[in-house]
Write a protein that binds this ligand. Structure first.
Ligand code: TRP
Length: 460
């Protein structure tokens, strides 16, 4: 490893831990050069992993619609840790995505005892207000409450049929004593994530869910469940190309031309296959091999990149035939910034983070006390240099406050060479954070009376 074995915060595979997470969770690493307009988050390796991000990037490149879903727990105060997902959301919005924001008021009620009224106030005054100040555009943002969107709750029930307690045990570590609130909440979250693709909420299009990596179990569960409902699977063929295969289930047998006794009804199967063939050839493929009896259709010339488009076409057919036609969600994962004390950031430990409405004095005090990567003595520091991978002030510049890559690079070089002392890096952090907090405060005042613009119709 470069840098004398130290972690390099500039590279996206800097940390063995994050590389291990990618491996263990079966994620893909983010390659900033594959994105149309990589943002700071990508260039700095903060967004480090994804599932199916290429599907969304395909939409960006073709100017096809895609949606973004994010959720917030309406409790406590909003701090820097929460702002990371909004930085991600804002980037997707700039690339053309429409934004749906879940207020997890039912989850907060069930798991924390937060009343719905209290949750509503916190969501709007604390979170939506800061989202506005952070630059989300209300024209394509819709904030809704779990408690007032029956479609979400309906999905939680419908899709609950596709999972069971054993799966919950293995994903979430539940056991006999687990409170049922913790069983309900993930199912409602599945509903949150799936529902933007329903016809009433924007219709069939890829949905990406930017999250911290702690939320990945929910995404795995949702992707699993969505896939189980699909009537058509689109798989890679061993010898290149893609195969569309029917997924016959009790609930779709008759539509997929299988009789009660299990026989294929050839006439209606043929009719179905010519419809599939037509929609695949409309996408520009001419070589299509049908095997209606078997329930498969081969598209030898299709590449992995074509998979999402073919899949969408199949989901559209499924919907026309009465199925749900659900696309598994895509997702992106950001790293967590270290807490200021070296612990995890947490609302319940105010010293570990900076809140969106902290005063400049509070912020300065926290930065001054924060964990540093400087050497014990000035002489040693000048000789050895600072360690940016352990320095909270540097990391906060990198994650939050210094938007200029060159300026950040310069701080890094000066610090590592020993020319800048830890206290000086802290002062730079305080200066940038002061601008950031003041700007946010000003923007909050500008948005104060306009928060209604962010709320969906059923949230007013
Ligand atoms: N469970 C999330 C949390 O603890 C909140 C949440 C609910 C959420 N629904 C969501 C997050 C959908 C992302 C997507 O913060």
């Amino acid at each position: 490893m470069a840098n004398g074995g130290r972690i390099d915060p500039w590279s996206s595979d800097q940390s063995t831990d994050y590389a291990r997470i990618v491996d263990q969770f079966g994620l893909s690493a983010v390659d900033p050069s594959s994105l149309p307009n990589p943002g700071i988050l990508h260039r700095r390796g903060i967004v480090f992993a994804h599932r199916d991000l290429d599907v969304v990037v395909g939409c960006m490149n073709r100017s096809d619609p895609f949606g973004v879903l994010t959720g917030l727990m309406p409790s406590g105060r909003m701090h820097l840790g929460h702002s990371m997902v909004i930085d991600q959301v804002r980037w997707f919005q700039q690339q053309g995505g429409d934004i749906t924001v879940t207020v997890a008021d039912l989850e907060a009620l069930a798991t924390r005892g937060t009343s719905l009224e209290e949750g509503r106030k916190t969501a709007i005054n604390e979170y939506v207000h800061n989202y506005a100040a952070l630059g989300l555009d209300p024209d394509s943002t819709n904030v809704y409450f779990q408690s007032s969107r029956p479609a979400v709750q309906r999905l939680a029930f419908t899709l609950g049929r596709r999972t069971n307690l054993s799966e919950f045990e293995s994903i979430y570590g539940f056991h006999g004593e687990t409170n049922l609130a913790h069983v309900q909440a993930p199912l409602v979250q599945v509903g949150d994530i799936i529902h933007p693709q329903l016809d009433d909420y924007g219709g069939l299009r890829p949905i990406v869910v930017p999250v911290g990596v702690d939320q990945d179990p929910h995404l795995r569960l949702t992707r699993d469940i969505a896939q189980k409902t699909n009537w058509f699977n689109v798989k890679q063929r061993k010898d290149g190309g893609l195969t569309v295969a029917l997924s016959i289930q009790d609930s779709n047998k008759s539509q997929l031309a299988v009789s009660d006794s299990g026989q294929v009804e050839m006439d209606s199967r043929m009719a179905l296959f010519s419809e599939i063939e037509k929609s695949v050839s409309d996408l520009g493929f001419s070589d299509i091999k049908l095997n209606p009896k078997h329930g498969t259709l081969e598209v030898p010339a299709a590449t992995a990149d074509d998979r999402a488009r073919i899949r969408m076409a199949m989901l559209a057919i499924e919907r026309k035939m009465g199925g749900m036609g659900l696309m598994p969600p895509c997702s992106t994962y950001h790293r967590f910034a270290v807490g200021m004390t070296g612990d995890k950031m947490s609302s319940s430990k105010p010293e570990t983070t900076i809140f969106m409405d902290d005063s400049v004095e509070e912020m300065s005090r926290k930065v001054k006390r924060a964990f540093s990567g400087g050497q014990p003595t000035v002489e040693e520091h000048r000789r050895v240099g600072g360690d940016v991978s352990r320095d909270v002030a540097f990391q906060y510049l990198q994650f939050f406050f210094e938007k200029d890559d060159n300026a950040l690079e310069e701080v890094k070089n000066e610090y590592e060479s020993g020319r800048l002392l830890a206290g000086e890096v802290k002062q730079i952090c305080i200066d940038r954070a002061t601008e950031w907090l003041n700007d946010l405060k000003e923007k909050r005042i500008q948005w104060e009376d306009r928060l209604g613009e962010f709320l969906a119709e059923d949230a007013i």
